[in-house]
Design a protein around this ligand. Sequence first.
Ligand SMILES: Nc1ncnc2c1ncn2[C@@H]1O[C@H](COP(=O)(O)OP(=O)(O)O)[C@@H](O)[C@H]1O
Ligand SMILES: [Mg+2]
Length: 274
Amino acid sequence: MGFFRVERLSIAFGGLQALEEVSFEVPKGSIFAVIGPNGAGKTTLFNCINGIYRPDAGRIVFKDTEIQGKKPDRIARLGIARTFQNIELFSRMTTMENLMLGRHIFMKNGLFRGAWMWGRRSFAGREEVRHRRAVEEIIDLLDLQAVRNKFVGALPYGTQKQVELGRALALEPELLLLDEPCAGMNSEEKQDMIFWIKDIQDELGVTILLIEHDMKMVMDISERILVINFGRPIVEGTPDEVTNHAEVLQAYLGEDEPASGSGMAGAGAGVSPF
Ligand SMILES: Nc1ncnc2c1ncn2[C@@H]1O[C@H](COP(=O)(O)OP(=O)(O)O)[C@@H](O)[C@H]1O
Ligand SMILES: [Mg+2]
């Protein structure tokens, strides 16, 4: 039973053990963070969960269904959506069009075709109207009205990240995977993003699995945190439990290449990232 759990997940690329027996459980409705230095295996973990990679060993269980090794679209249909570390949107399409694409898994009649060809009262027309309504709700929730008809490529970086979040929500996920949603943002954009993430948890009841590089950010919003380093789990627990863990400090302070714009920069300067 349980909502979502990963059991002894392992994957190697050639001689590199990217994940080694990683286990954790995400309670329904919570925000659960995975943190660790660059190259720790965080994105690889997401790629295993959403079916881009097939793990060598271990299990991924979502609402009593084993999903490891299933195809990405199957996993999306089961209710797991994600955003990417590097934005993956169609820059020559509008915000609205990108969000409509997020609903493709629900569409029986192909995109944008139905209503034009058969009129609004046809089945295809009604379906299109339903999808547009769902997308309008997301636009309201994320405050994207002003950019709904703008090309995504022309939007500021922080807004593009927001649109990508919206596209993931368009799938109506129960579990949302966010890969460094605040990476590259200025502090105002970060504050906004944290606000949206909390809103998605509170208002939509979506469970959130969050990858973050910045310790300070996850401390504020996560119920539980898993720290990994070199593909291995170091500690899992509440923010307080994790903060006091010696190996966590070492993993962060040990990194000699400070990452710009994150809590890691402080660590590189010899200041506690917490
Ligand atoms: N497809 C791949 N082929 C080879 N190596 C990979 C592949 N994907 C990830 N890796 C390696 O796995 C390790 C973990 O990468 P990643 O999961 O992206 O780290 P993180 O997201 O924590 O920064 C890195 O050493 C990376 O180079
Ligand atoms: Mg990554």
